[in-house]
Design a protein around this ligand. Structure first.
Ligand code: NDP
Length: 282
């Protein structure tokens, strides 16, 4: 029987680091990191994330500016607001809640965020750096995956990693981060042939497909590490893409849902804000 990875415990460690970072800055009379988070419209899920970001930011000692705009706001006015934040030296990080209302040109609006403040790696500039293996802000969900793997204190180099899912926000950037760790990386998607056989090669299996309990023990190599990114609502309960109860009997480590990858993401976003402040000062 494998071990359940405790994402909340890992998050606590990161939270302590951030609190210490901010405490030390306060004692030395230095600026406190500040993040601005923009929501357009009233999407329930996005509103939940916005409020949660505020709660986490404030609990860690960051300054938080909540910008909740009506879905009648024009693209020009939204871009103007983003440019204002770009030019405000007290703001270190900008979060734009996605998706934007359907009538808006999402790519154009994302491109107006200054890459120096794009702490969730949405802009083409920062994504380009990510795929070139250069230093940039790591997007928070793949960063959570990597932070969990690093917490296991294993040598990632040369490991066979299979990522199931190729979205721009999870699958592709997670694969890029693992490649940077010198893993051998395969990306699978809905057209992959023999998915089960490919997954069974994995020392580390990262799953982000949005299909509840899709991956069972028949996809797993003995003693593999399984990272479940999925969050699916099943009968009002959040459920992962991995059938945890079945997979834990075969794998060495498995992340639960909830309490795994998702337990770290907002905290890591705030860590990126701290890094943005440090980069700005240097
Ligand atoms: P997307 O819907 O954007 O992408 C899903 C990917 O899975 C696609 O690449 C798709 O392939 C692939 N896929 C779908 N079905 C299969 C299948 N049967 N076999 C193989 N591949 C398949 O999802 P996201 O990446 O945005 O999210 C994935 C999951 O992660 C969701 O449950 C989401 O809620 C969760 N999530 C969790 C976060 C967290 O912080 N914990 C953050 C973000 C997402 P194709 O490209 O061919 O269509």
């Amino acid at each position: 029987m494998g071990d359940k990875i405790d994402g909340k415990a890992i998050a606590l460690g990161v939270k302590e680091n951030i609190k210490n970072f901010i405490e030390t800055r306060k004692l030395n009379g230095m600026n406190i990191p500040k993040v601005a988070s923009i929501l357009v419209g009233n999407d329930g899920g996005s509103l939940f994330y916005l409020n949660n970001q505020e709660k986490v930011a404030v609990s860690l000692g960051l300054e938080f500016e909540k910008i909740h705009l009506s879905d009648n706001v024009t693209e020009d006015n939204l871009i103007k607001k983003i440019e204002e934040l770009n030019n405000d030296n007290s703001v270190n990080g900008i979060i734009l809640q996605l998706p934007l209302p359907k009538n808006m040109d999402e790519k154009k609006i994302i491109s107006s965020i200054s890459p120096e403040k794009d702490i969730d790696c949405l802009t083409f500039v920062n994504q380009g750096k990510l795929y070139m293996g250069e230093e940039t802000f790591m997007p928070c969900t793949p960063k959570s995956v990597l932070t969990i793997l690093k917490s296991l204190n294993i040598n990632l180099e040369g490991m066979e990693v299979v990522v199931v899912g190729r979205s721009n926000i999870v699958g592709k950037p997670a694969a890029a981060l693992m490649l940077k760790e010198n893993c051998t990386v395969t990306i699978c998607h809905s057209r992959t042939k023999n998915l089960k056989e490919v997954c069974k090669r994995a020392d580390i299996l990262i799953v982000a497909i949005g299909k509840a309990k899709f991956i069972d023990e028949s996809y797993i190599k003995d003693d593999a590490i399984v990272i479940d990114v999925g969050t699916n609502s099943v009968e009002g309960k959040i459920t992962g893409d991995v059938d945890f109860e079945k997979v834990i009997n075969k794998a060495a480590f498995v992340t639960p849902v909830p309490g795994g990858v998702g337990a770290l993401t907002t905290t890591l976003l705030m860590k990126n804000v701290c890094e943005a402040l440090e980069k700005y000062e240097n």
